[in-house]
Design a binder for this molecule. Structure first.
Ligand SMILES: Cc1cc2nc3c(=O)[nH]c(=O)nc-3n(C[C@H](O)[C@H](O)[C@H](O)COP(=O)(O)OP(=O)(O)OC[C@H]3O[C@@H](n4cnc5c(N)ncnc54)[C@H](O)[C@@H]3O)c2cc1C
Ligand SMILES: NC(=O)c1ccc[n+]([C@@H]2O[C@H](COP(=O)([O-])OP(=O)(O)OC[C@H]3O[C@@H](n4cnc5c(N)ncnc54)[C@H](O)[C@@H]3O)[C@@H](O)[C@H]2O)c1
Length: 460
């Protein structure tokens, strides 16, 4: 049986970064990936990069273009660029002198032995002094919606984000179950491709984007509705059917059962940690109720030599969090162990809708509930000179600061370039700069970021 200093299960962001780092430290590394289509992991192949490539294509769609042809070409272009990235990612690990990429599905035989099953059903055992689990997450398909999981397995016209992005046929109509990251990004994107989009949301309208400040959530809703996206709140989907190529969803609203028919349905109600099939019980690795792996602040599982990184450990599901998990392991394995989950700094988020929404830190409600005395400011994007000359005036910014210390507690930016601008705010927050530093900074002009002068200038 071949022995490795480290075995990494799954080609995720943390795992591939660690493979490079550990190789540099002189370790032998095996990185096991179940599918060649997934070299580089979820983000590269079926999530962030393909979705953002399609979102950019949708934004750039010229007027008076044939929707169907443009869409098909966009999906084909996406496939081409993703295939290049997949191969680049493969070589970034496979070409290392002490690391190997092994194709196959891995599971634990015992705490140090991993069995790998290949496509041809061959089986190989490998031994690891350390094992890093980086198997990501999978879309959740609600069992209580009759027929849904079988229909999603069959494919067209029922999709997950992954299968929908591979569909080359343009849907005239799309119903999305869920209004989180994926639901909103895909709604915005398909709307721009020309598709008529309806979002079914099980909660009340007042709970829409509940993690954002109310004014900002309302502005996002108003913008998306004015773009032609339809929201149906308090819609409890109960049944799915496929008839003559069309998707039919039945939902209950106020005791009434209503059917909605569309050419495609996207299920986007969250993702759960991918731990099934790893036989973690053979290794004594425990999981939480939501299937994520139990970890301590160093990302160590209930076995000292086994670590869990990325979506599988139940943290926020973003590629940059998986990357940061890699930093924690670098610090633990070869550093002074000073960096861990308890001192992780600000974690921003960006939702790539039109215009983008980006957030960091606390909302006004959260800051008040946490006992802060706060000062707030709101700025409408229509008042920003760059927004005016670019004809991109939709949106609103909100800032919350600590009235006693002037520290920035949270910022929401809904507007052009928000996904880029938020990183300026994060830098200031991580450096514990007072809001006055952003208020008084000299920014280039005309830019969206110079509006931070005005946003923070409104704080009295
Ligand atoms: C549509 C969509 C869009 C997204 N957009 C963004 C975005 O814009 N920005 C952002 O930051 N995040 C985004 N995310 C989230 C992001 O994709 C994930 O948080 C991130 O990819 C998780 O990476 P990871 O390191 O946990 O592992 P992953 O990249 O998920 O890698 C896990 C790998 O393990 C492999 N694997 C699983 N089980 C086994 C096994 N038993 N044996 C061998 N291999 C196995 C899988 O095939 C996979 O390649 C998006 C997600 C989706 C679904
Ligand atoms: N830009 C980004 O960083 C980005 C983009 C896409 C996805 N992601 C990651 O992928 C993960 C999965 O995305 P997601 O959108 O599937 O999950 P999510 O958790 O963001 O949103 C799920 C939504 O579905 C709703 N929901 C749950 N059950 C429902 C039901 N039965 N009927 C109707 N609505 C229901 C929830 O209220 C919630 O609004 C996210 O956690 C996110 O971190 C990140």
């Amino acid at each position: 049986m071949e022995k490795f200093d480290t075995i990494i299960i799954g080609f995720g962001k943390a795992g591939k970064t660690l493979a490079n780092f550990l190789n540099k430290k002189g370790e032998t590394v095996a990185l096991i990936e179940q599918s060649p289509k997934m070299y580089g992991g979820t983000c590269i192949n079926v999530a962030c990069l393909p979705s953002k490539n399609l979102i950019i294509a949708a934004e750039r769609k010229p007027e008076n273009t044939d929707n169907s042809q443009y869409y098909t070409q966009a999906v084909q272009n996406k496939k081409a660029i993703i295939s290049q990235l997949n191969q680049g990612n493969y070589h970034n690990v496979a070409d290392l002198d002490k690391a190997q990429v092994i194709d196959g599905r891995a599971f634990f035989k015992d705490p140090h032995t991993i069995t790998i099953k290949t496509d041809s059903n061959a089986s190989l055992d490998v031994y690891g002094n350390k094992i890093i689990i980086n198997t990501g997450s999978l879309p959740t398909i609600p069992e209580k919606i009759e027929n849904l999981s079988e229909l999603v397995k069959k494919g067209k016209p029922f999709y997950t984000s992954e299968t929908l992005m591979d569909e080359e046929n343009y849907p005239e109509t799309l119903t999305i179950i869920g209004d989180g990251f994926i639901g909103l990004e895909f709604a915005s994107m398909f709307n721009q491709f020309g598709t008529q989009v309806t979002i079914l949301s099980h909660h009340k309208q007042s709970a829409f984007l509940a993690k954002e400040d109310t004014e900002v959530a309302e502005a996002v809703y108003t913008a998306m509705v004015s773009q032609g996206i339809k929201f149906i709140f308090e819609a409890h989907t109960v049944k799915a059917q496929a008839k003559e190529g069309q998707a039919i969803l039945s939902y209950k609203q106020n005791e009434e059962e209503i059917d909605i028919v569309s050419e495609a349905v996207l299920v986007a109600v969250g993702r759960h940690a991918n731990t099934q099939g790893l036989a973690l019980e053979n290794a004594g690795v425990e999981i939480n109720d939501n299937q994520s792996i139990k970890i301590n602040k160093y990302l160590q599982t209930t076995q000292d030599h086994i670590f869990a990184v990325g979506d599988v450990n139940g943290g926020p599901q973003h590629t940059y969090i998986s990357l940061d998990d890699n930093r924690i392991l670098q610090s633990y394995l070869y550093g002074d162990k000073s960096y861990h989950l308890d001192n992780r700094k600000q974690t921003p988020s960006a939702t790539f809708i039109e215009p983008p929404l980006a957030s960091v830190g606390l909302t006004e409600k959260q800051a008040t509930a946490a006992g802060y005395q706060i000062k707030t400011a709101v700025l409408e994007v229509k008042d920003i000179p760059k927004a005016k000359i670019a004809y991109r005036t939709t949106g609103i910014y909100k800032a919350v600061v600590d009235a006693q210390t002037n520290q920035i507690l949270g910022v929401r930016l809904f507007g052009e370039e928000a996904h880029e601008m938020i990183n300026i705010v994060v830098t200031a927050m991580n450096a514990n700069l007072p809001y006055t530093d952003l208020r008084d900074q000299i920014y280039t002009h005309p830019t969206m970021s110079e509006a931070l002068n005005d946003l923070f200038g409104k704080i009295e």
